[in-house]
Design a protein around this ligand. Structure first.
Ligand SMILES: [Zn+2]
Length: 322
């Protein structure tokens, strides 16, 4: 069974040199990630302008000519539902722990109008960002504790609220691309299994153990945090299915290692951890692997030279297909 190998970067990390190196190494998917945190909506807007610009279109065409499928991996919620809507529709937004409607993150997952608006906006975005792999990793806000506490939402867990949001995005995406699939991002507060909400057709599991320790394998039983990250993974795979499930890792995420502050620090691939992780994920049932790979763009190459793309892709291919 052949595996799919991805590489996820910020727009500023992309240049023709990187695209050619990825294609040469046999990477199949290039993800464009605007950035997370509270600025995710504004960053998404900038990324969209970048992709629709002449330079963005040329880079995209270069990717396609090399068989590299481009996707947008983004916390899209505050782009799809701009916070400015709060003055007109406070009931679309989440109720915080103090009982006040608050536009700070996500939305009221029990508001049919908010979900319908999200669906419509996802449809519009899907029309602008057609993706040849049909993979649309479009996620709720990148915050911890951003759930709605209104009487209707209170009985849903954070994971269930995230799935209600993901399902609405998936309905919109599928109107734009009938083969479209949308990732349910399992990380932070959403690693537990949603029970009261079922994934709609086309929603796949995107497993992103952001709180893992990077210097030891994900299945190192002696590492409490890594063990916690994967403790519920088999149940998540049972619910979402294994066929299209994808690992979204941090193996080559130099933005994480640089503490999300440029200039980037020198990067070294931990081959042993990568090999052991992929072996674990393969046994769990995955065939699709990607990783954030930010801060390894032109500024990195100018400062430090070589990026270990080939080693990364070889280890995933050899271990993932074994
Ligand atoms: Zn609510």
């Amino acid at each position: 069974m052949s595996v799919s190998i991805g590489w996820i970067v910020h727009p500023s990390d992309i240049d023709p040199r990187l695209i050619e190196a990825l294609a040469k190494a046999g990477v199949n998917e290039l993800g464009v990630h605007p950035g997370g945190g509270r600025m995710a909506g504004a960053l998404m807007k900038q990324t969209l302008s970048f992709w629709l610009s002449v330079r963005g279109q040329a880079l995209r065409a270069l990717c396609e000519s090399h068989g590299l499928k481009v996707e947008c991996d983004a916390h899209v919620l505050s782009y799809l539902l701009p916070r400015e809507e709060f003055s007109r529709h406070p009931e679309w937004f989440r109720m915080d722990e103090d009982g006040k409607r608050n536009p700070d993150s996500n939305l009221c997952a029990s508001s049919p109008e908010a979900l319908a608006f999200l669906e419509k906006r996802a449809y519009e975005l899907g029309q602008k960002l057609y993706t040849p792999s049909h993979r649309y990793p479009w996620w709720p806000d990148d915050v911890r504790g951003g759930a709605c506490h209104c009487p209707a939402c209170r009985s849903y867990t954070k994971a269930e609220q995230a799935l209600l949001i993901t399902n609405a995005i998936a309905r919109g995406v599928k109107r734009a691309d009938p083969m479209g699939t949308v990732g349910y991002l399992a990380y932070q507060d959403t690693l537990e299994t949603p029970r009261r909400v079922t994934p709609e057709k086309g929603v796949y599991l995107e497993f992103a153990p952001i709180d893992r320790l990077s210097d030891t394998a994900i299945d190192d039983a002696g590492c409490e945090e890594n063990a916690r990250q994967i403790s519920n993974l088999p149940a998540l795979l049972d619910l979402f299915g294994r066929e299209n499930a994808r690992v979204l890792e941090y193996w080559v995420d130099n933005s994480l290692f640089s503490n999300w502050r440029r200039p980037p620090v020198p990067f070294q691939l931990n081959k042993e951890v990568l090999r052991r992780d992929v072996a674990y994920y393969r046994r769990a049932g995955f065939q699709n692997y990607t990783s954030f790979a930010c801060y390894l763009g032109p500024d990195y190459a100018a400062a430090y030279g070589e990026i270990p793309i080939e080693q990364y892709a070889d280890i995933i291919r050899q271990t993932g297909e074994a």
